[in-house]
Write a protein that binds this ligand. Structure first.
Ligand code: FAD
Length: 376
Protein backbone atom coordinates (compact mmCIF):
# COMPACT_ATOMS: atom_id res chain seq x y z
CA UNK A 1 0.00 0.00 0.00
CA UNK A 2 1.31 3.47 -0.83
CA UNK A 3 2.31 5.71 2.05
CA UNK A 4 -0.02 8.47 3.28
CA UNK A 5 1.15 12.03 3.88
CA UNK A 6 -1.02 14.65 5.56
CA UNK A 7 -0.32 18.35 5.26
CA UNK A 8 -2.03 20.85 7.56
CA UNK A 9 -2.51 24.22 5.85
CA UNK A 10 -2.82 25.51 2.29
CA UNK A 11 -0.42 28.46 2.37
CA UNK A 12 3.08 29.07 1.04
CA UNK A 13 4.93 26.32 2.92
CA UNK A 14 2.21 23.68 2.43
CA UNK A 15 1.89 24.23 -1.34
CA UNK A 16 5.66 24.11 -1.87
CA UNK A 17 5.80 20.85 0.10
CA UNK A 18 3.02 19.39 -2.10
CA UNK A 19 4.83 20.34 -5.31
CA UNK A 20 8.09 18.84 -4.09
CA UNK A 21 6.49 15.63 -2.81
CA UNK A 22 4.51 15.03 -6.00
CA UNK A 23 7.53 15.75 -8.20
CA UNK A 24 9.57 13.14 -6.33
CA UNK A 25 6.83 10.52 -5.86
CA UNK A 26 3.86 9.99 -8.19
CA UNK A 27 2.13 7.44 -5.94
CA UNK A 28 2.26 8.67 -2.36
CA UNK A 29 -1.22 9.66 -1.13
CA UNK A 30 -1.42 13.33 -0.12
CA UNK A 31 -4.23 14.73 2.02
CA UNK A 32 -4.43 18.45 2.74
CA UNK A 33 -6.37 19.67 5.77
CA UNK A 34 -7.38 23.36 5.68
CA UNK A 35 -10.59 25.32 6.22
CA UNK A 36 -10.73 26.39 2.54
CA UNK A 37 -9.19 25.26 -0.78
CA UNK A 38 -7.91 28.77 -1.27
CA UNK A 39 -4.46 30.35 -1.39
CA UNK A 40 -4.05 33.93 -0.22
CA UNK A 41 -0.99 35.71 -1.58
CA UNK A 42 -0.38 37.84 1.53
CA UNK A 43 2.48 40.00 0.15
CA UNK A 44 0.01 41.76 -2.15
CA UNK A 45 -2.32 42.79 0.71
CA UNK A 46 -0.19 45.97 0.83
CA UNK A 47 -1.88 47.08 -2.42
CA UNK A 48 -5.46 46.57 -1.19
CA UNK A 49 -5.83 49.89 0.74
CA UNK A 50 -4.93 51.90 -2.38
CA UNK A 51 -7.32 49.82 -4.54
CA UNK A 52 -4.51 48.31 -6.67
CA UNK A 53 -5.59 44.80 -5.68
CA UNK A 54 -8.98 43.25 -4.92
CA UNK A 55 -9.91 39.91 -3.38
CA UNK A 56 -10.17 38.12 -6.74
CA UNK A 57 -6.61 39.15 -7.67
CA UNK A 58 -4.85 37.61 -4.68
CA UNK A 59 -7.09 34.88 -3.22
CA UNK A 60 -7.19 31.99 -5.68
CA UNK A 61 -9.03 28.68 -5.70
CA UNK A 62 -6.77 25.63 -5.34
CA UNK A 63 -9.22 23.16 -6.89
CA UNK A 64 -7.33 22.88 -10.20
CA UNK A 65 -3.97 22.63 -8.48
CA UNK A 66 -5.20 19.87 -6.14
CA UNK A 67 -6.69 17.93 -9.06
CA UNK A 68 -3.49 18.21 -11.11
CA UNK A 69 -1.35 17.02 -8.19
CA UNK A 70 -3.77 14.26 -7.12
CA UNK A 71 -4.32 15.78 -3.68
CA UNK A 72 -7.25 14.76 -1.53
CA UNK A 73 -8.65 17.86 0.15
CA UNK A 74 -10.21 17.66 3.62
CA UNK A 75 -12.05 21.00 4.03
CA UNK A 76 -11.90 21.37 7.82
CA UNK A 77 -9.64 22.90 10.45
CA UNK A 78 -7.19 20.76 12.42
CA UNK A 79 -8.07 20.60 16.12
CA UNK A 80 -5.48 18.31 17.70
CA UNK A 81 -2.79 15.73 17.00
CA UNK A 82 -2.81 12.26 18.54
CA UNK A 83 -0.77 9.04 18.49
CA UNK A 84 2.55 10.84 18.17
CA UNK A 85 1.40 12.60 15.01
CA UNK A 86 -0.22 9.66 13.18
CA UNK A 87 -3.73 10.98 13.70
CA UNK A 88 -4.99 14.51 13.06
CA UNK A 89 -8.31 15.37 14.65
CA UNK A 90 -10.27 17.96 12.67
CA UNK A 91 -13.55 19.82 13.12
CA UNK A 92 -15.07 16.96 11.12
CA UNK A 93 -13.46 13.57 11.68
CA UNK A 94 -9.89 12.35 11.98
CA UNK A 95 -7.25 11.79 9.30
CA UNK A 96 -4.60 9.06 9.61
CA UNK A 97 -1.13 9.36 8.15
CA UNK A 98 2.32 7.83 7.91
CA UNK A 99 3.92 11.28 7.79
CA UNK A 100 2.74 14.76 8.72
CA UNK A 101 3.77 18.30 7.74
CA UNK A 102 2.29 21.14 9.81
CA UNK A 103 2.15 24.45 7.93
CA UNK A 104 -0.80 26.21 9.55
CA UNK A 105 0.79 29.68 9.78
CA UNK A 106 0.65 32.00 12.77
CA UNK A 107 -1.90 34.20 14.48
CA UNK A 108 -1.44 37.73 15.75
CA UNK A 109 -1.20 38.38 19.50
CA UNK A 110 -4.22 40.09 21.00
CA UNK A 111 -2.77 40.79 24.42
CA UNK A 112 -2.15 44.58 24.27
CA UNK A 113 -4.90 46.41 26.16
CA UNK A 114 -7.39 48.04 23.79
CA UNK A 115 -6.12 46.11 20.74
CA UNK A 116 -9.70 46.19 19.40
CA UNK A 117 -9.18 49.90 18.61
CA UNK A 118 -6.50 49.04 16.04
CA UNK A 119 -7.03 47.72 12.49
CA UNK A 120 -4.82 44.68 11.89
CA UNK A 121 -4.46 44.75 8.09
CA UNK A 122 -2.88 41.38 7.41
CA UNK A 123 -4.96 38.49 8.72
CA UNK A 124 -7.16 38.39 5.63
CA UNK A 125 -8.15 40.29 2.49
CA UNK A 126 -11.21 41.54 4.38
CA UNK A 127 -8.99 43.14 7.05
CA UNK A 128 -7.01 45.01 4.39
CA UNK A 129 -10.30 46.07 2.75
CA UNK A 130 -11.45 47.54 6.06
CA UNK A 131 -8.35 49.75 6.09
CA UNK A 132 -9.09 50.74 2.48
CA UNK A 133 -12.68 51.68 3.36
CA UNK A 134 -11.70 53.61 6.49
CA UNK A 135 -9.15 55.70 4.56
CA UNK A 136 -11.62 56.30 1.72
CA UNK A 137 -14.17 57.62 4.23
CA UNK A 138 -11.71 60.18 5.69
CA UNK A 139 -11.21 63.67 4.31
CA UNK A 140 -8.32 64.45 6.66
CA UNK A 141 -6.89 63.55 10.08
CA UNK A 142 -4.15 61.39 11.56
CA UNK A 143 -3.32 57.84 10.51
CA UNK A 144 -0.80 55.95 12.66
CA UNK A 145 1.01 52.83 11.43
CA UNK A 146 2.98 50.55 13.74
CA UNK A 147 4.13 47.09 14.69
CA UNK A 148 5.52 45.24 17.68
CA UNK A 149 6.96 41.80 18.41
CA UNK A 150 6.29 38.77 20.55
CA UNK A 151 8.04 39.51 23.87
CA UNK A 152 8.78 35.79 24.31
CA UNK A 153 10.29 35.21 20.84
CA UNK A 154 12.13 37.88 18.88
CA UNK A 155 11.71 36.22 15.48
CA UNK A 156 7.90 36.04 15.72
CA UNK A 157 7.22 39.46 14.25
CA UNK A 158 6.05 40.99 10.99
CA UNK A 159 7.38 44.50 10.48
CA UNK A 160 8.24 44.82 6.79
CA UNK A 161 4.64 45.19 5.52
CA UNK A 162 4.02 48.14 7.87
CA UNK A 163 6.64 50.16 5.99
CA UNK A 164 4.84 49.24 2.77
CA UNK A 165 1.42 50.20 4.16
CA UNK A 166 2.67 53.61 5.33
CA UNK A 167 4.62 54.43 2.12
CA UNK A 168 1.75 53.15 -0.03
CA UNK A 169 -0.79 55.27 1.85
CA UNK A 170 1.44 58.36 1.66
CA UNK A 171 1.71 57.99 -2.10
CA UNK A 172 -2.02 57.28 -2.48
CA UNK A 173 -2.94 60.45 -0.55
CA UNK A 174 -0.47 62.49 -2.59
CA UNK A 175 -1.96 61.15 -5.83
CA UNK A 176 -5.45 62.10 -4.65
CA UNK A 177 -4.26 65.61 -3.75
CA UNK A 178 -5.11 64.96 -0.08
CA UNK A 179 -1.67 64.64 1.48
CA UNK A 180 -1.72 68.10 3.10
CA UNK A 181 -4.88 67.21 5.00
CA UNK A 182 -3.33 64.15 6.66
CA UNK A 183 -0.76 63.65 9.38
CA UNK A 184 0.98 60.27 9.11
CA UNK A 185 2.78 58.77 12.11
CA UNK A 186 4.93 55.64 12.35
CA UNK A 187 5.31 54.02 15.79
CA UNK A 188 7.29 51.04 17.03
CA UNK A 189 8.88 50.07 20.37
CA UNK A 190 12.24 49.36 18.70
CA UNK A 191 14.51 52.39 18.17
CA UNK A 192 15.78 50.64 15.00
CA UNK A 193 12.67 49.30 13.24
CA UNK A 194 13.39 46.82 10.45
CA UNK A 195 16.77 45.85 11.92
CA UNK A 196 16.37 42.29 10.67
CA UNK A 197 17.02 43.68 7.19
CA UNK A 198 20.35 45.20 8.30
CA UNK A 199 21.57 48.61 9.48
CA UNK A 200 21.77 50.17 6.01
CA UNK A 201 18.16 49.29 5.27
CA UNK A 202 16.99 50.82 8.58
CA UNK A 203 18.81 54.07 7.74
CA UNK A 204 17.20 54.19 4.29
CA UNK A 205 13.71 53.48 5.61
CA UNK A 206 13.92 56.15 8.32
CA UNK A 207 15.34 58.62 5.82
CA UNK A 208 12.48 57.86 3.41
CA UNK A 209 9.97 58.54 6.20
CA UNK A 210 11.54 61.88 7.07
CA UNK A 211 11.58 62.84 3.38
CA UNK A 212 7.86 62.11 3.11
CA UNK A 213 7.05 63.95 6.36
CA UNK A 214 5.99 60.78 8.16
CA UNK A 215 6.42 61.52 11.87
CA UNK A 216 8.38 59.00 13.92
CA UNK A 217 7.43 57.80 17.38
CA UNK A 218 9.96 55.02 17.87
CA UNK A 219 11.91 53.43 20.72
CA UNK A 220 9.10 53.68 23.28
CA UNK A 221 7.39 50.70 24.88
CA UNK A 222 3.79 50.27 23.73
CA UNK A 223 1.31 50.24 26.63
CA UNK A 224 -1.85 49.76 24.57
CA UNK A 225 -4.61 51.56 22.73
CA UNK A 226 -7.74 53.54 23.55
CA UNK A 227 -10.37 54.77 21.10
CA UNK A 228 -8.39 57.13 18.82
CA UNK A 229 -5.26 56.99 20.96
CA UNK A 230 -1.93 55.15 21.12
CA UNK A 231 -0.44 54.83 24.61
CA UNK A 232 3.33 54.48 24.98
CA UNK A 233 5.84 54.77 27.82
CA UNK A 234 6.89 58.16 26.42
CA UNK A 235 3.35 59.55 26.35
CA UNK A 236 0.16 59.09 24.38
CA UNK A 237 -0.82 60.48 20.99
CA UNK A 238 -4.07 60.65 19.04
CA UNK A 239 -4.90 59.05 15.71
CA UNK A 240 -8.18 58.82 13.79
CA UNK A 241 -7.10 55.48 12.34
CA UNK A 242 -4.61 53.03 13.87
CA UNK A 243 -3.10 50.41 11.54
CA UNK A 244 -1.07 47.93 13.58
CA UNK A 245 0.61 44.52 13.19
CA UNK A 246 1.10 42.77 16.57
CA UNK A 247 3.72 40.10 17.26
CA UNK A 248 2.90 36.54 16.21
CA UNK A 249 2.32 33.26 17.99
CA UNK A 250 1.07 29.77 17.09
CA UNK A 251 -2.61 28.96 16.52
CA UNK A 252 -4.46 27.93 19.65
CA UNK A 253 -5.07 24.38 18.33
CA UNK A 254 -1.32 23.70 18.70
CA UNK A 255 -1.65 24.43 22.41
CA UNK A 256 -4.47 21.97 22.84
CA UNK A 257 -2.11 19.01 22.75
CA UNK A 258 1.20 17.99 24.22
CA UNK A 259 3.21 19.37 21.33
CA UNK A 260 6.67 20.86 21.98
CA UNK A 261 6.17 24.64 21.92
CA UNK A 262 8.75 27.43 22.03
CA UNK A 263 8.42 30.27 24.60
CA UNK A 264 6.60 32.27 21.90
CA UNK A 265 4.00 29.51 21.30
CA UNK A 266 5.43 28.16 18.02
CA UNK A 267 6.13 24.50 17.21
CA UNK A 268 9.69 23.63 18.16
CA UNK A 269 11.53 21.83 15.36
CA UNK A 270 15.16 21.08 14.49
CA UNK A 271 17.40 22.08 11.58
CA UNK A 272 15.72 19.37 9.45
CA UNK A 273 12.26 20.87 10.25
CA UNK A 274 11.39 17.79 12.30
CA UNK A 275 9.24 18.51 15.34
CA UNK A 276 11.22 17.68 18.46
CA UNK A 277 10.64 14.13 19.65
CA UNK A 278 8.01 13.29 17.00
CA UNK A 279 8.95 10.85 14.24
CA UNK A 280 7.81 11.80 10.72
CA UNK A 281 6.25 15.05 11.94
CA UNK A 282 7.58 18.27 10.41
CA UNK A 283 6.78 21.96 11.04
CA UNK A 284 7.48 24.73 8.54
CA UNK A 285 6.87 28.43 7.96
CA UNK A 286 5.24 30.88 10.34
CA UNK A 287 3.98 28.17 12.74
CA UNK A 288 7.48 26.83 13.43
CA UNK A 289 10.29 27.83 15.77
CA UNK A 290 13.44 26.69 13.99
CA UNK A 291 17.15 27.15 14.70
CA UNK A 292 18.82 30.01 12.83
CA UNK A 293 20.42 33.44 13.13
CA UNK A 294 18.60 36.13 15.14
CA UNK A 295 17.60 37.92 11.92
CA UNK A 296 15.87 34.81 10.44
CA UNK A 297 12.62 36.22 9.02
CA UNK A 298 9.08 34.94 9.11
CA UNK A 299 8.65 35.19 5.36
CA UNK A 300 6.98 33.31 2.53
CA UNK A 301 10.44 32.76 1.06
CA UNK A 302 11.57 30.98 4.24
CA UNK A 303 8.33 28.95 4.34
CA UNK A 304 9.11 27.82 0.76
CA UNK A 305 12.68 26.81 1.64
CA UNK A 306 11.48 24.94 4.72
CA UNK A 307 8.62 23.30 2.76
CA UNK A 308 11.16 21.87 0.29
CA UNK A 309 13.36 20.66 3.15
CA UNK A 310 10.51 18.97 5.04
CA UNK A 311 9.22 17.28 1.84
CA UNK A 312 12.64 15.82 1.09
CA UNK A 313 13.20 14.60 4.65
CA UNK A 314 9.73 13.10 5.06
CA UNK A 315 9.98 11.14 1.79
CA UNK A 316 13.47 9.92 2.74
CA UNK A 317 12.31 8.87 6.18
CA UNK A 318 9.29 6.99 4.76
CA UNK A 319 11.69 5.09 2.50
CA UNK A 320 13.91 4.20 5.46
CA UNK A 321 16.68 6.57 4.36
CA UNK A 322 18.53 9.28 6.32
CA UNK A 323 16.43 12.44 6.64
CA UNK A 324 19.25 14.94 6.93
CA UNK A 325 18.40 17.78 4.53
CA UNK A 326 18.57 21.29 5.98
CA UNK A 327 17.25 24.62 4.70
CA UNK A 328 19.10 27.80 3.74
CA UNK A 329 18.38 30.95 5.74
CA UNK A 330 17.73 33.91 3.45
CA UNK A 331 15.92 37.21 3.77
CA UNK A 332 14.77 38.48 0.40
CA UNK A 333 12.31 41.30 0.03
CA UNK A 334 11.29 44.30 -1.99
CA UNK A 335 9.95 47.01 0.33
CA UNK A 336 7.36 48.59 -1.95
CA UNK A 337 6.23 52.22 -1.91
CA UNK A 338 3.39 52.01 -4.39
CA UNK A 339 5.39 53.01 -7.47
CA UNK A 340 8.98 52.09 -6.56
CA UNK A 341 10.76 49.67 -4.26
CA UNK A 342 13.92 48.96 -2.31
CA UNK A 343 15.49 45.47 -2.47
CA UNK A 344 17.09 43.85 0.56
CA UNK A 345 19.00 40.58 0.62
CA UNK A 346 20.50 38.87 3.63
CA UNK A 347 22.17 35.48 4.01
CA UNK A 348 24.67 34.28 6.62
CA UNK A 349 27.59 35.68 4.60
CA UNK A 350 26.02 38.65 2.86
CA UNK A 351 23.74 41.66 3.42
CA UNK A 352 23.11 44.11 0.61
CA UNK A 353 20.39 46.37 -0.70
CA UNK A 354 19.44 48.19 -3.85
CA UNK A 355 18.08 51.69 -3.21
CA UNK A 356 14.55 52.71 -4.08
CA UNK A 357 13.83 52.56 -7.80
CA UNK A 358 10.81 52.11 -10.07
CA UNK A 359 11.78 48.79 -11.75
CA UNK A 360 11.71 47.09 -8.33
CA UNK A 361 8.00 47.90 -7.96
CA UNK A 362 7.39 46.25 -11.33
CA UNK A 363 9.58 43.32 -10.38
CA UNK A 364 7.43 42.78 -7.26
CA UNK A 365 4.31 42.81 -9.45
CA UNK A 366 5.88 40.42 -11.94
CA UNK A 367 6.89 38.05 -9.14
CA UNK A 368 3.28 37.99 -7.83
CA UNK A 369 2.00 37.00 -11.30
CA UNK A 370 4.76 34.40 -11.76
CA UNK A 371 4.25 32.88 -8.29
CA UNK A 372 0.45 32.65 -8.54
CA UNK A 373 0.61 31.18 -12.03
CA UNK A 374 1.77 27.78 -10.68
CA UNK A 375 -1.38 27.44 -8.53
CA UNK A 376 -4.07 28.72 -10.89
C1 FAD B 1 0.86 42.09 4.39
C2 FAD B 1 1.92 41.04 4.30
C3 FAD B 1 3.00 41.21 3.43
C4 FAD B 1 3.99 40.22 3.33
N1 FAD B 1 5.02 40.41 2.45
C5 FAD B 1 5.93 39.41 2.26
C6 FAD B 1 6.94 39.54 1.27
O1 FAD B 1 7.04 40.56 0.57
N2 FAD B 1 7.81 38.51 1.11
C7 FAD B 1 7.72 37.37 1.86
O2 FAD B 1 8.53 36.45 1.65
N3 FAD B 1 6.78 37.22 2.83
C8 FAD B 1 5.88 38.21 3.05
N4 FAD B 1 4.90 38.08 4.00
C9 FAD B 1 4.94 36.93 4.93
C10 FAD B 1 4.31 35.69 4.35
O3 FAD B 1 3.05 35.93 3.82
C11 FAD B 1 4.23 34.60 5.43
O4 FAD B 1 5.49 34.43 6.01
C12 FAD B 1 3.74 33.30 4.80
O5 FAD B 1 2.38 33.42 4.45
C13 FAD B 1 3.94 32.11 5.75
O6 FAD B 1 3.56 30.94 5.08
P1 FAD B 1 2.96 29.69 5.87
O7 FAD B 1 2.80 28.62 4.87
O8 FAD B 1 3.78 29.43 7.07
O9 FAD B 1 1.55 30.19 6.43
P2 FAD B 1 0.30 30.82 5.68
O10 FAD B 1 0.64 31.30 4.33
O11 FAD B 1 -0.27 31.79 6.66
O12 FAD B 1 -0.70 29.60 5.52
C14 FAD B 1 -1.30 28.99 6.63
C15 FAD B 1 -2.38 28.03 6.14
O13 FAD B 1 -2.85 27.25 7.24
C16 FAD B 1 -4.27 27.28 7.25
N5 FAD B 1 -4.73 27.04 8.62
C17 FAD B 1 -4.75 27.89 9.67
N6 FAD B 1 -5.24 27.26 10.77
C18 FAD B 1 -5.51 25.98 10.40
C19 FAD B 1 -6.04 24.85 11.07
N7 FAD B 1 -6.38 24.86 12.36
N8 FAD B 1 -6.20 23.70 10.36
C20 FAD B 1 -5.85 23.64 9.05
N9 FAD B 1 -5.34 24.67 8.37
C21 FAD B 1 -5.17 25.84 9.03
C22 FAD B 1 -4.62 28.63 6.68
O14 FAD B 1 -5.96 28.65 6.22
C23 FAD B 1 -3.59 28.72 5.55
O15 FAD B 1 -4.04 27.98 4.44
C24 FAD B 1 3.90 39.05 4.13
C25 FAD B 1 2.80 38.88 4.99
C26 FAD B 1 1.83 39.85 5.08
C27 FAD B 1 0.65 39.63 6.00
Amino acid sequence: MSKRITIVGAGFGALTAIRRIRKADKDVAITVIAPKAEFVYYPSLIWVPSGKRRRQDIAISLENFFNRRKVHFHPHAAKAIHAGGRLVETTSGTVENDGLIIASGARYLQQLPGIEHACIPCRSVEDAERVRDRIAAMDGGTIAFGFSGNPEEGSAMRGGPVFEFVFGTERYLRQKGLREKFRLVFFCPSPRPGQRMGEKAVERLLEQMRRHRIELHIGHKLKGFEAGRICTAAGDFDADLIVFIPGMTGHSWLQSDKLPLSPGGLLRADAHCQVEGMKNVYAIGDCASLPGPDWMPKQAHMADLQGACAAKNLLASLQGKAANATFRTELACIVDSGDSGMFVWRSPGMNFMLPQMRPLHWLKRFFEWWYLRQYR
